[in-house]
Design a protein around this ligand. Sequence first.
Ligand code: AMP
Ligand code: MG
Length: 344
Amino acid sequence: MNTLLLGNTKEDIKTAAKFLKNGGVVAMPTETVYGLAADALNGDAVKKIFLAKRRPMDNPLIVHISEIEDIKRFNLVSDFPQKAKMLAEHFWPGPLTIIMNKSDIIPDEVSAGLSTVAIRLPSHEVARNLIKESGTVLAAPSANRSGSPSPTTAQHVLNDLSGDIEAVVDGGMCDVGLESTVITLATKTPRLLRPGLVTVEEIEAVIGKIDVDHAVLFKLKSDEKVASPGMKYKHYAPKAKVVLLNGESDKFISFVNDEYAKDSTVGVICYDEDVQSINAKAIPIGKADDLETQAHLLFYALRQVDELDSFTTVYAHCPIKTGVGMALYNRLIRAASFEVIDLE
Ligand code: AMP
Ligand code: MG
């Protein structure tokens, strides 16, 4: 298959929507990361997403809508709890995914056999226009090959999936840079399944106390049951080995400089302030206190690790576990296969 690289004019959106109406798969920009979209109400179309990504079939997809009313219009859920409505009104359009009990209209391919469905209303104009133009709602996981860092540019998508999908709609670099926050309201107490730019603290300000799933911050035991199947897979990893360093910047800098003196294939993902003191090749991801810029650049940096050089090991700061730091930690700890060195 020849993958078409589209811009985001009205004509381009029409072309992409036509592929989707015909049961094809198209990558689209969203404010979080690029998504690989198919008609969420067509099980055969959704199957093609799993094939293109080589995604395990037991990992469910997020359904993207273009306005809150789509939930009723397409009859997506069996009930729309009050707290879900409060979250939707407060955070949509935006990087929050809400899980609710599904209706029968949701194909098994989307929910991976679960009784629930994950729904999000993205804020990216191109995504919303494409959903509207396609006349349906779109199932869309991140548009990367399963396991690799999520794509934040159209080029990233092409690097992974060129030849396997109909088209990519280019909407520039994604603003947020990390996948959406995922919360389930299908449990008695709302439970965070994946952290993102919308933080626990912000959610609790709207609906009160929530639980944070164990798998957000801790490694799963081999026999542990997961609420969100995506959490059990190796994820976000470049080819080079990633190791997190826990400690102040001065200790971080002297540790990586020592390692680099022993082995020149060592690389570093670091804060802007550190770059000039580091002897190894350093990829900066923003100032130490600017977590939103770090989120914006993290996956870009993880992909640069593979593109720039043949690094064997790449060291990165271990982020704090609160606020947006929780999302950075959740992604980096998986990229690092949970390997952290304590420098204190
Ligand atoms: P991705 O779109 O690649 O970011 O993946 C979607 C994430 O949402 C994965 O981690 C899924 O496991 C999770 N997810 C989607 N639908 C559900 C659901 N019904 N219940 C629990 N987790 C879900
Ligand atoms: Mg993904």
